[in-house]
Design a protein around this ligand. Structure first.
Ligand code: HEM
Length: 503
């Protein structure tokens, strides 16, 4: 009997051996959560693990995480696989609290892509830094956003308001809520960053705003390839986002020019971030000549541009969700108008705006249903234990903000817009970590008070003069998240009609 070609037999045996080894390896790799006895979403592919829908750009991460969350009721957490890496999605607000506060040492790093060489701006943002660099960058920002500085918000809004009114009065057609939001934030953020007048309502778009929009589109908004890079930087060579770095020169020039202007006008009181940084450095013994040197300009420019880019998108999105919701709920809008009408628009103070209870409840409920950041991703940097499970360094932890906010066991009838959920009494009945639109703990959003104050003041102005209505000749559709985007981006423009009030 012919026993066959021994070389072919050897090759056959080798291939079978390799297939068996690969099979055993994959079983072992994707058996990680089973071995730990953690309820988990199975890997459906050896390439992308459990995240087929993200890999194929069928769902945004926020919605994908909500789906996993909803599929495991009653569990404190759920394991899954992002490519070959085991990740853990939290379901229990108490465990969320542990990750953000008590176990901060193990989870102090955000699990985001950054590349110093290609993205020298984004890689200097506190969000992507860790350790001493993070502390320093964060403290520069928080020192520039003190309560005393925020008191200037109503004054800044009243300076911008006439151009906003002209824009609204001249708009015969429907307005896109996000465009209105970015018109507001681009102008406000420019004046709060560099102290420059850069009205977002002029017909010609400013260059600084164009950069901000580019940053948003590539990094956090509409480009689905970035979702893959955030999950695993392996994908960087494929998509290679070079973005704000190309604009380094522009930001540095803008910072130098604005600083020169501040120095020449002798204006010590401007609330802008650049001036706050300047004053702190002058107090520490540096001179204006020191600050005008190249390295100092680069450093100042990094902090100021980060503020601009951070404030531009998140705040505009939140504002657009609020305006759209007010068009959906005219009764809520009327009640809110009655409340804000008590404030004299010419001399509104931040203290007064902050004391408006219904405005606070309405905006809190908007951020519950439409949190601009739908999830947080933390990287475990040292092994630790979470509710009896050992979490190993290198794994990623997902805090699914949107899923927690829409959990029917925490918020009855979660799809219903109900500001009363945020009355003092109702708020105290819930776990505080079941509501985290700005995160929490040492990394909590440093721009929170700026964003909330700005949105509340703008709304107080707007509702005294205008009515926010459904779009003309179009249906007011529910807000549905799009399939891409790291932040919550609606799948269609949120159109509105904003009409002058008949007083
Ligand atoms: C409605 C508007 C905003 C929302 C919903 C929002 C949301 C968030 C969230 C969820 C985080 C993560 C917090 C954590 O890890 O616990 C964050 C971080 C951050 N936000 Fe905001 N944000 C908003 C506005 C702003 C503004 C106006 C600024 C400008 C200063 C800003 C700057 C930052 C920075 C620098 C971080 C990183 C902080 C760190 O890691 O230490 N955000 N934001």
């Amino acid at each position: 009997m012919d026993s066959g070609n021994p070389i072919l037999i050897c090759i056959g045996l080798l291939i079978s051996f390799l297939i068996t080894v690969a099979y055993v390896y994959c079983e072992w790799l994707y058996g990680y959560w089973k071995r730990k006895n953690v309820p988990h979403e199975k890997a459906t592919s050896i390439i992308y693990g459990s995240i087929r829908k993200i890999f194929k750009a069928e769902e945004s991460q926020g919605i994908f995480f909500k789906d996993i969350y909803d599929s495991f009721p009653g569990e404190p957490f759920v394991g899954f696989y992002e490519f070959q890496r085991p990740s853990l999605l939290l379901r229990d607000p108490e465990v969320v609290k542990k990750v953000l506060t008590e176990n901060f040492n193990s989870f102090h790093k955000n699990g985001v892509y950054t590349n110093e060489k290609e993205d020298s701006f984004f890689s200097r943002n506190p969000f992507v830094l860790a350790g001493a660099e993070w502390k320093e960058a964060r403290s520069k920002l928080t020192q520039a956003l003190t309560v005393n500085k925020l008191k200037f918000i109503p004054e800044s809004v009243s300076k911008m308001y006439p151009s906003m009114k002209t824009f609204l009065d001249e708009a015969n057609d429907n307005i896109e809520a996000y465009e209105l939001g970015t018109n507001i934030t681009s102008g406000m953020a420019a004046s709060w960053s560099w102290g420059i007048e850069d009205s977002g309502f002029t017909k010609t778009k400013s260059y600084v705003r164009e950069i901000a929009q580019k940053f948003v589109d590539v990094f956090i908004g509409t480009d689905s390839s970035m979702q893959l890079i955030h999950i695993n930087p392996w994908f960087t060579p494929l998509f290679r986002p070079t973005i704000v770095s190309q604009e380094n020169g522009f930001f540095n020039d803008l910072t130098a020019k604005s600083l020169k202007m501040l120095i020449s006008t002798g204006n010590r009181n401007s609330p802008c971030i650049l001036n706050s940084l300047r004053q702190t450095r002058l107090k520490s013994g540096q001179t204006d000549d020191d600050l005008m040197k190249n390295d100092a300009i680069k450093d100042l420019s990094g902090v100021v541009a980060s503020f601009y880019l951070d404030a531009y998108e998140t705040t505009a999105r939140a504002m657009s969700f609020l305006f759209y919701t007010l068009a959906q709920y005219p009764d809520v809008q009327s009640r809110l108008r009655e409340e804000v009408k008590k404030l004299p628009k010419e001399q509104i103070t931040l203290e007064e705006v902050q004391k408006l209870p219904y405005l606070d409840m309405v905006f809190s409920e908007v951020l519950r249903m439409y949190p601009p950041a739908t999830f947080l991703r933390k990287k475990c940097t040292q092994d630790c234990e979470l509710s009896g499970v050992k979490v190993e360094a290198g794994s990623h932890i997902i805090l699914p903000i949107l899923a927690l906010h829409m959990d029917g066991d925490i918020y009855a009838d979660p799809e219903k817009f109900e500001p009363e959920r945020f009355s003092e009494e109702n708020k105290n009945d819930r776990h505080p970590y079941a509501y985290i639109p700005f995160g929490s703990g040492p990394r909590m959003c440093p721009g929170m008070r700026f964003a909330i104050s700005l949105i509340k003041v703008i709304t107080s102005f707007l509702l005294q003069d205008y009515e926010i209505l459904p779009p003309k000749n179009e249906e007011l559709k529910p807000i549905k998240p799009s399939v891409s985007g790291v932040l919550l981006v609606p799948d269609a423009p949120l159109k509105l009609h904003i009409a002058k009030l008949n007083k």
